[in-house]
Design a protein around this ligand. Structure first.
Ligand SMILES: [Zn+2]
Ligand SMILES: [Zn+2]
Length: 258
């Protein structure tokens, strides 16, 4: 019998589009679909993934970089969409096989256990997810302006993280964005800066943690080299694999040891 592999890949990560595939055997979830259907299928193909094998689409919130192709993909392949009422009521998904979820709800999609939890972000009812297969836990967390105690508690029990490291605060503040956008991105309902994400990581259990993927990097206000050096310093002498997901290629499949 084939051993079921728990694995994750990114279709692309950043303000131009996000999508994360999580797979455990025949159970395959897409978290967010911020690309057109055509672009999504191209990126699926690059990962040798078939859209017919999708079990569900999970949507975190209604910003374009997370929702753009979600409704159309769902309709084309008849895939249910799990999201909050608030996100659905934004109207950006349209008609679909909608399954309402609430933050802090646990539910199962075939072999995967899903835990939704709310995050501080300027959307109607944003949530992020922890996925569990057997006793392995993966957190996929982006688009939050600040870190709350419940978020820390969720992530403390995880073995793998895809965590936003959106911007370098200095680069954002001295960069070309208009002041209103700087305030939005850098605010408590915006996005995590590198330092906030590192502070969060330092509160986690490094003996449990196996993988950290930095996501949703700003192309304008961050630099993969800065992020990599911060992670290298944070995880020095620890057996933790760290990577950066980018906008164009995302990230190839990574197997989580089970
Ligand atoms: Zn986003
Ligand atoms: Zn957002």
């Amino acid at each position: 019998m084939n051993k079921t592999v728990f694995k994750v890949a990114s279709l692309g990560s950043g303000s131009k589009g996000n999508g994360t595939l999580v797979s455990a055997g025949s159970t395959n979830l897409l978290i967010d679909c911020g690309f057109t259907v055509k672009e999504t299928l191209k990126r699926f193909a690059a990962l040798e993934f078939s859209p017919q094998s999708l079990s569900a689409i999970l949507v975190t919130h209604e910003h374009q970089d997370h929702i753009k192709g979600a409704g159309a993909l769902s309709r084309r392949f008849n895939i249910p969409v799990f999201t909050t009422q608030g996100t659905f009521l934004s109207g950006k998904i349209g008609e679909c096989d909608f399954r309402a979820i609430s933050p802090f709800q646990h539910f199962s999609i075939d072999k995967l256990m899903v835990e939704a939890f709310s995050v501080p972000h300027d959307a109607r009812e944003p949530c992020q997810f922890v996925l569990q297969y057997n006793d392995k836990r993966l957190a996929v967390v982006s688009d939050l302006g600040s870190i709350t105690q419940p978020i820390i508690e969720k992530m403390q029990s995880c073995h793998a993280l895809l965590l936003e490291m959106n911007h370098d605060y200095e680069m954002l503040m001295t960069g070309v964005y208009p002041m209103s956008l700087k305030r939005r991105v850098g605010g408590k309902l915006g996005h995590l800066n590198n330092q906030q994400s590192i502070e969060l990581l330092k509160q986690l259990d490094f003996d449990r943690l196996e993988l950290m993927v930095a996501t949703h990097l700003s192309e304008q206000n961050n630099c993969p080299r800065i992020v990599e050096s911060l992670l290298a310093e944070t995880f020095e002498n620890k057996a933790i694999v760290y990577k950066v997901a980018n906008q164009e290629q995302g990230l190839d499949w990574i197997e989580l040891a089970t």
